[in-house]
Structures are given as C-alpha cells and as structure tokens.
Design a protein around this ligand. Sequence first.
Ligand code: RFL
Ligand code: PHB
Length: 389
Amino acid sequence: MRTKVVIIGAGPAGLLLGRLLENQGIETVILERRSRDYVLGRIRAGVLEQGTVELLEQAGVSGRMQAEGLIHDGVELSFDGDAHRFDFRELVGRTVMVYGQTEVTRDLMLARDASGATTIYEAENVALHAFDGDKPRVTYLKDGTEHEISCDFIAGCDGYHGVSRASVPENALRTFERVYPFGWLGILVDRPPVADELIYAHHSRGFALCSMRSPTRSRYYVQVSTDEKVEDWSDDRFWDELRRRLNDETAGRLLTGPSIEKSIAPLRSFVAEPLRFGRLFLAGDAAHIVPPTGAKGLNLAASDVRYLAEALIEYYEERSSAGIDAYSARALTRVWKAERFSWWMTSILHTFPDTDAFGRRMQRTEFDYLVSSEAASRSLAENYTGLPF
Ligand code: RFL
Ligand code: PHB
C-alpha cells in the first residue's frame, strides 16, 4: 500500500490531522493499536480553548459541539474555602467550551467514515522505517498478517506511550520531565453538576476539581497519592473526600450517585525536543505531557496539529519545505508556554508532601494576589482560555 501521510494513533491529534489533510485532498492512513470502542471509552479532557473550537469549525466537525457543548465565561478558584470567580469574558473577552474529548473523537471518527479515508484499528506491532531518508515506510500486523505502507511522511500522534517517539535515536532527542508525587482520582456520574462553572479547589487534604460533561453529567476529581489504588475507593469514600475539600456551601449542593467511570491518572510534565526527525513528525501527547490542572493537553494537541497540517499542505500545494522546517520550533514555542501555565496551576492548587510552612504561605499568597490584582487575573484568564495559535 502507498499513501501520502501515515498517521500513527487515532486519538484527537491523529484524527484531527487526518481530517485537515483529507479536506485538502491529501491522502492519509491512520494506524491505531486499540479498537475503536476502546478509544471512545477513554474518559479524558473536558475543556476546549476558543482556538481549538475554531479549528474544529474549520475542519467541518463542529455541528454537534455547537449544539451540545457548554460555553463557559469563567471559572472558580477556591483556597481553603475562600472562593473567587474569574470572569474570562470581562477579563480578556474570551470563553472556553466544555465538550468531552470522547465526543470530539466520536465526531472526528464519524467524519472520517463519511470521507472514506482508511483507518486501521487493532494494528499490532506498528514499526517505523527509514524516516531519515526520502522513502519512509511503516509496517504493522493485522489479524496475524504483516502489512507495509510506503509514504512521504509519518505523523507520530500515538500518545505518551506510543512507538513514534521511541523510534527516534536516543541521541537525537532531548527530554525534560517532572513527575508529581500525586495523581487525580476521577469519577463520572449521571447527576447535574454542583455549579454552572468549573471549581478548582485547594484544600489542606489535597486538590479537588468539580467539572462536567453536560447539564446532567458531572466529572469530579480529587488529588490522591501515587500509591493509591482505585479499588480502595468506594463511591461513598470518594464523595466524602470530595465534600471535605469543598466549601460548605458547595458541598451542601453536591448531588452524588453511582459512578459510571472511576480511574486514577498520574501527573507529569514532559517535553521532547525537537518534534521533527527527517520525515517523521511528533504531535500531541507523543511529544509532550502536561498535568491536567490547566486543561491544556488536548488543546496543545490541536495547536500542534494545526501547525503540522499547514506545513504539510504548504509542502504539497507549493512544493515548499519552509513550513515543515519551521514546524518544530513553532509548535514548541506554544508548548512551553502551556507547560509553564499547567505547572504553575498545579503548584498553587495541590498539596505537596515536602512543602514547608513557607511554601504553603507562598501558595496562599499566589491565590490572594490573583484575586486582588486585575493584571494577575487577566494573565490567568489569558492562559486558561488559550494563548493564540
Ligand atoms: P492520545 O489521546 O493518547 O492518543 C494516542 C493514540 O495513539 C494510540 N497508540 C498507538 N497506535 C498505534 N501504534 C502504537 N504503537 C500506539 N501507541 C499508542 C493510542 O491507543 C491512542 O488512541 O494522544 P493525543 O491524540 O495526542 O491527544 C492528547 C489528549 O488525549 C490529552 O492531552 C488530553 O486528554 C489531556 N487531558 C486534558 N486536556 C485538555 O486539553 N483539557 C482537559 O480538560 C484535559 N483533562 C486530560 C484531562 C488527560 C487526563 N488523563 C487521563 C491523562 C484529564 C485527564 C484525567
Ligand atoms: C475534565 O472535565 O475532565 C477536566 C476539566 C478541567 C481540567 C481537567 C479535566 O483542568
């Protein structure tokens, strides 16, 4: 088989890249290790920046999002029970969209089905070859038979544990990493959210987040230590812990119920540089990870993909390599700013096992400063709603 671009991974990065390229008549094949249902069953991100919303519109996959997504004008941060609302519209004239990653993925999969483009699910042993030359190839196993695709380019959109970054010679990569000493235990429940907007809460027992997927479905998280096991968290234990970390007024309004999903995600900051090796490009979680505190992961995947799609379209339409040459630096500039914001939000809002009294006062003072300074509030709003891309 031959195609123009082989995309590894059918997460949001791979599917969106496929869509943007197919829209310009650039043929792609997507290879995904998991089944379609498995990919759709993963509960992940919930907040889309305005730039991501605009890119989904441009890609022609925004119909259901516009109908069902929830536009949020602000967010609440609370510190030991003291709550403050940041009004994004007033501060920076921008908003965010609450629409689940699962739904974005489903919309992209349906659009790809309709376009007739090839996606191979349950592709095993995906291997990348000769991407340092002019004729890259990708091999994989499907139903016990080995297949080979030759192509012009390979896009590694296969997430943090994927094969693409792992295929790059170690000495060609520089990595930066911070592993946080805690994770997020998340629960999904068919009950109306506790508030109309998201609540990020710092508490001496640990961070908590109240989020949502729709007016009838809520998503809640509590910070847990890395050695916690999900089996040890009954629904009742989760709800008790969440209530303790919210202020009395919010806790009193919380509607609980049986969980429909419960999982623990570790927190990590990670960047690999550069994002291009010959004819292989990395995009999304394959290249970088942010802790979920700033809601940036999916949005960074979107900005990478936008830059990469523009670069590849320029290559095919104008026979110019300028875009693909600039891709890595262009994407990384934005990536590092989102890394900073996510790390900063994480640092203020969580409890760290080794923070002393001075460190705790610094966290509190960060919060007081944010609340009292319009410049600081605006900076939070500018970053949360998304730096331009
Ligand atoms: P994905 O979604 O991990 O998709 C990669 C795909 O590649 C496949 N794959 C392979 N395919 C073929 N061969 C191989 N060898 C392969 N290895 C892997 C995988 O099966 C998968 O289908 O990466 P992508 O597309 O870069 O998308 C990134 C986002 O998924 C991620 O950044 C966000 O979910 C992060 N995130 C959030 N981001 C936001 O923007 N806003 C949020 O509110 C938000 N909340 C979150 C989050 C992530 C979380 N977790 C679980 C890590 C909340 C949580 C709890
Ligand atoms: C979510 O709804 O899953 C969510 C929202 C905001 C975050 C992280 C996760 O910062």
